[in-house]
Design a protein around this ligand. Structure first.
Ligand SMILES: *Cc1c(COP(=O)(O)O)cnc(C)c1O
Length: 352
C-alpha cells in the first residue's frame, strides 16, 4: 500500500513524536484558575514573539476571531472586512449572531487586498442613521497569498487615522512571514513581528502549518486580552488542563516555524509540475496553497479528477469551485510527484 497523500488542508497533520513527548511531559494546572504553567508560558511566548503585551490561548481560530471582534466592538458597531475573509464568510456569522456586530464586507482586489479607497468610503459618518464603524479586519495570508507589506502599512495607517481599531486574522501568519522573509532576506520571526505590529490584535493558528493538534492564540494589549478572556468564557472556550495542548503549540513555535519554507518549496514543486499540463491553469503559490482551474471546464470534471486521485490514495479539495492542494509537514516530495503524475495521467486519459 502506498501512503496516503492528503493535500486537503494543512490541518490534517498528526503530532510528531517530539510534540507528543512535549505534551506528555507538560506541567499542568487548571487554566480557569490561571495556574496552568504550560498555558501561561505559551501565552507569554507568543505575545513576546509578536511584540504584544498579552495573549490568550483558545481552542480554535474561529473562537479567536470572535473574541477579537467582540472585544473591539460593542452591539451596533460594525467591522470592515473582505467578502471572502474567514472571519466574515466562514465563521457562521458569529460576530453578528453572538455580538450584534454588523459586518461591512468589501470586494477584494485581484491581489486579495481591500482597496484603500473602498475602506475609506465604507467608514460611516457619526450619525444616528449608521452603525458605528469600529474595526478593520484583514487576513494574511489570504487564500495562500502574501499581502504586500507596503499595503498592510498603508491600510493600517489609514484605519488608525480614521480612529478604527485593526485586527489581523493571521491564521497563517508564519506562512506569510516565511514568504516575506524570502523576499527581504530577513528573519521569519522578525517578519512575523513586523506584520503583527501593524495591528491592535492578531490571531494565530497552531493547528495549520505549525502542526499542532489544535489551538490558536489571540494577542493584544493587556486590557484587550482581559475583555477577550471574558468572551472566551462566554463562548465556552475556558479549558482546564489545557497545558497539554499549549505544550504542543509551544513545541510547534520552537520547532516548526523555520520548516514552513519546506512546505512552500513543495507547493512550488507541485505548481511547476501541474503547469506543464495544457488543460490546467495553475496559480503560482506564494506559500503552501496551490489553486488550479480547468481551462473552460465544468465542476463535474473537477469532481471526477478528485475521485480518480482518491482511488490512488491522493486527497485534495475544491475550495470555492477551484481545485485546492495544500502542502504541510506530513507530505514529502515523493507524494507531490505522485500527485503530479496522477493528475497528468487523468488529464491525458480523459482528454476530449
Ligand atoms: C483556519 C482558519 C481560521 C480558523 O479556523 P478554525 O478551524 O476555527 O481553527 C481562521 N482564519 C483563517 C484564514 C483560517 O484559515
Amino acid at each position: 500500500m502506498m501512503p496516503l497523500v492528503d493535500l486537503r488542508s494543512d490541518t490534517v497533520t498528526r503530532p510528531t513524536a517530539g510534540m507528543r513527548e512535549a505534551m506528555m511531559t507538560a506541567e499542568l494546572g487548571d487554566d480557569v484558575f490561571g495556574d496552568d504553567p504550560s498555558v501561561n508560558a505559551l501565552q507569554r511566548k507568543i505575545a513576546d514573539l509578536l511584540g504584544y503585551e498579552a495573549a490568550l490561548f483558545v481552542p480554535t481560530g474561529t473562537q479567536s476571531n470572535l473574541c477579537a471582534i467582540l472585544s473591539h466592538c460593542q452591539r451596533g458597531d460594525e467591522y470592515i472586512v473582505g467578502q471572502l475573509a474567514h472571519c466574515y464568510r466562514w465563521e457562521g456569522g458569529g460576530a453578528a449572531v453572538f455580538g450584534s456586530v454588523q459586518p461591512q464586507p468589501l470586494n477584494h482586489q485581484p491581489d486579495g487586498t481591500l482597496a484603500l479607497a473602498d475602506i475609506e468610503a465604507a467608514i460611516k459618518p457619526d450619525d444616528a442613521h449608521f452603525a458605528r464603524t469600529r474595526l478593520l479586519a484583514l487576513e494574511n495570508t489570504f487564500g495562500g497569498r502574501l499581502l504586500p507589506m507596503a499595503y498592510i502599512e498603508q491600510a493600517s495607517a489609514l484605519a488608525k487615522s480614521k480612529g478604527l481599531l485593526r485586527h489581523l486574522d493571521g491564521a497563517r501568519l508564519f506562512n506569510a512571514a516565511t514568504a516575506q522573509a524570502e523576499q527581504t532576506g530577513g528573519d521569519v520571526r522578525a517578519e512575523a513581528r513586523r506584520i503583527a505590529q501593524c495591528f491592535d490584535s492578531v490571531s494565530v493558528c497552531f493547528s495549520k502549518g505549525l502542526g499542532a493538534p489544535m489551538g490558536s492564540a489571540l494577542c493584544g494589549s493587556r486590557e484587550f486580552i482581559a475583555r477577550a478572556h471574558r468572551v472566551r468564557k462566554m463562548a465556552g472556550g475556558a479549558m482546564r488542563q489545557a497545558g497539554l495542548l499549549a505544550a504542543a503549540a509551544s513545541y510547534a513555535l520552537d520547532h516548526h516555524v523555520e520548516r514552513l519554507a519546506q512546505d512552500h518549496a513543495l507547493a512550488r514543486r507541485l505548481a511547476d509540475g501541474l503547469a506543464g499540463i495544457p488543460e490546467l491553469q495553475v496559480v503560482a503559490p506564494d506559500t503552501n496553497i496551490v489553486f488550479v482551474d480547468f481551462v473552460g471546464e465544468t465542476r463535474e470534471r473537477m469532481e471526477a479528477l478528485l475521485k480518480s486521485l482518491a482511488s490512488r490514495g491522493i486527497e485534495a479539495n475544491t475550495g470555492m469551485y477551484r481545485l485546492r492542494f495544500v502542502t504541510h509537514m506530513d507530505v514529502d516530495a515523493q507524494g507531490i510527484d505522485r500527485t503530479v503524475d496522477a493528475v497528468r495521467e487523468y488529464c491525458s486519459r480523459t482528454k476530449v
